[in-house]
Design a protein. Structure first.
Length: 255
């Protein structure tokens, strides 16, 4: 789609376009969370005048603000990509810190430029790592009449002011054993390499409490180890990679 804003201009604003290439079937979430995502995507496909026809524009603008809340690696970014794919919209990932200017009025100028670019492409805005400034950020993005998603960590606390500016919250919990098994099967199924018959996705899911992103990384490390040793991917390598991942997460938590 032609746009007056090139990638360099967007990068200067802390913005990067994300390619909506994720298969919706790869997203593993509780049913309630999936339904909320589908409702958000449905809102994007509704005729723009619908709020004005209902007379609600006198009380609230036409945009939609959604909060994605959950631990790192549980699929918040992937879910935004899936929504963009469902709705056939571009997706902008925005670093909130990149919008903050050094001089008076510069932040507002950057926000206006961001909204102009997003309006032109009818883009979805995904603000990541906005925990500390969530309330202020939600206030500043109110003029945008498209979909703006704020992704935060599960531990972040939102004030009442921030909550009143949201239209919906989607939770991204750590996957349970059933979800982990599905994630392991997806990761292993995507690998076009020889695997031994002993590879057991259910055992890996039961033995290691990992997020979806951690499962993918563990599977990739195991595959790299197998390839470097010129051997098939086996359970021992997968268990080693998964255990290392658990230790890494534990070290971060301990700090």
């Amino acid at each position: 789609m032609a746009t007056g804003f090139d990638d360099a201009q967007l990068t200067a604003l802390g913005v990067r376009r994300l390619n909506p290439d994720t298969d919706p079937q790869e997203l593993v979430l509780p049913e309630a969370s999936e339904q909320r995502l589908q409702r958000i995507a449905g809102w994007l496909t509704q005729p723009p005048p619908v709020l004005r026809e209902w007379g609600l524009h006198r009380f609230i603008d036409g945009g939609l603000r959604a909060l994605f809340r959950g631990p790192s690696g549980t699929g918040k970014t992937m879910a935004a990509i899936v929504i963009a794919r469902w709705a056939d919209r571009p997706l902008y990932r925005v670093d909130p810190g990149g919008l903050v200017g050094k001089y008076i009025g510069e932040t507002e100028k950057n926000l206006r430029a961001l909204f102009a670019a997003a309006d032109e492409e009818k883009a979805i805005l995904l603000f990541e790592d906005g925990d500390a400034e969530a309330g202020d950020l939600l206030r500043r993005i109110e003029p945008y009449e498209g979909l703006a998603i704020l992704a935060i960590d599960q531990r972040a606390t939102l004030g009442e002011d921030a909550l009143t500016r949201l239209d919906g919250i989607v939770d991204f919990p750590m996957p349970d054993a059933t979800a982990r098994e599905r994630l392991w099967r997806q990761a292993l199924g995507a690998m076009k390499m020889f695997k031994t018959d002993a590879v057991d996705a259910a055992a890996l899911a039961k033995g290691y409490e990992l997020s979806g992103a951690d499962i993918v990384r563990a599977a990739r490390i195991a595959a790299l180890l197998a390839s470097s040793d010129d051997q098939p991917l086996d359970m021992a390598l997968l268990e080693h990679a998964a255990e290392e991942r658990v230790k890494m997460k534990g070290a971060v938590t301990a700090k």
